[in-house]
Design a protein. Structure first.
Length: 330
């Protein structure tokens, strides 16, 4: 009995010591207290590649502070103009929440601002929040299969898309939390593609996030759990070094550009030191690449402290740089 009590006390003290140690070195747990509220209802619906956009006009508030209006047309795209554009030639923009314009009004998003520069080209925004390069590729193929033909395709790219393409545990955790983040988004299944390179080809498996993801117990309350969670995530993140899936997909985009005779532009929306590898990769393969990113270290270009997405000033930079680049190559 005394031995069991002794072991119990030693174990308890050891756990307490470790908890205090991890808190002292910066692993304090962070409570999940974020929210996204949409009126009239959540503007997304689940599909086999993540989410798609529901038709309608939505007033969205992030963390009770950032409020904006987003309008989706009947084909599931965010609008780029209040009026129809009488143009046969199209610029298609694909990407994630940065190109979609989370946190800014319709007329403040960079695809909308880009449309203001062009009168003889129609800009269409296919970007969807939370997606990666793989969804953009599938969406492009889908549109081409329907017989639609663009003049220019812009892939709004960021190096963090690699973790999404591979569906690392860290990003899977973000998706899992996203269902709590968006009020009203209660799903029994939530699928997302996971890409792997096998025999020099991309293999894709659709993963049900709800069933696949295993959260660490007490991760929002215990520093020990936070340490385990972050260490696990960091171990998987090593697989994203070199951006293997992104490079394969960019080459696949290039093949479609040659097959269907459109100009392809890789537009980096979050340029950093890591971006140089993708920039050099595109340069060597004669793929149009441009950084349209503002220097986030030199100005207030995000919605911080309430959200990390680019603000309307950043979108103005995006639109201006992309317009300048397009006029040079078209």
């Amino acid at each position: 009995m005394k031995k069991a009590l002794y072991i119990f006390i030693i174990t308890g003290l050891s756990i307490l010591f470790l908890e205090l140690f991890f808190r002292l070195i910066g692993y304090a747990p962070v409570a999940f207290n974020q929210s996204v509220v949409s009126i009239p209802e959540i503007p997304y619906s689940a599909d086999s590649l993540g989410i798609s956009l529901k038709k309608g006009t939505y007033k969205i508030t992030i963390n009770n502070k950032v409020a904006y209006t987003a309008t989706h047309d009947e084909t599931g795209k965010r609008i780029t103009s209040k009026m129809p554009i009488p143009a046969t030639d199209k610029i298609w923009i694909f990407g994630c929440s940065f190109a979609y314009g989370v946190g800014v009004n319709d007329e403040e998003s960079y695809p909308f601002l880009l449309q203001n520069h062009f009168k003889k080209l129609e800009v269409q925004n296919f970007a969807i929040p939370g997606t990666a390069t793989i969804q953009s590729y599938y969406k492009l193929k889908e549109q081409l299969a329907k017989g639609h033909r663009p003049k220019i395709v812009v892939l709004s790219y960021a190096t963090f898309h690699e973790e999404r393409n591979q569906l690392t545990r860290g990003f899977e955790s973000n998706l899992y939390d996203g269902m709590r983040l968006h009020k009203g988004l209660e799903l029994s299944n939530y699928f997302y593609p996971r890409c792997k390179i096998v025999n020099n080809k991309i293999e894709i498996e659709n993963i049900d996030i709800i069933k696949d993801f295993t959260p660490i117990p007490w991760v929002e309350k215990a520093a020990i759990a936070t340490f385990i969670n972050q260490t696990w995530n960091a171990f998987e993140d090593k697989n994203t070094n070199g951006f293997p899936v992104s490079k394969y997909l960019i080459l696949d985009f290039q093949k479609l550009a040659k097959q269907y005779n459109f100009k392809l532009i890789i537009a980096d929306v979050a340029y950093s030191k890591r971006s140089e590898e993708i920039e050099n990769f595109c340069y060597k393969r004669k793929i149009n690449y441009v950084s349209i990113s503002p220097d986030f270290s030199l100005g207030n270009y995000t919605l911080a402290p309430y959200d990390y997405h680019p603000n309307k000033l950043a979108h103005r930079v995006y639109a201006g740089k992309l317009y300048e680049y397009i006029t040079k190559i078209k």
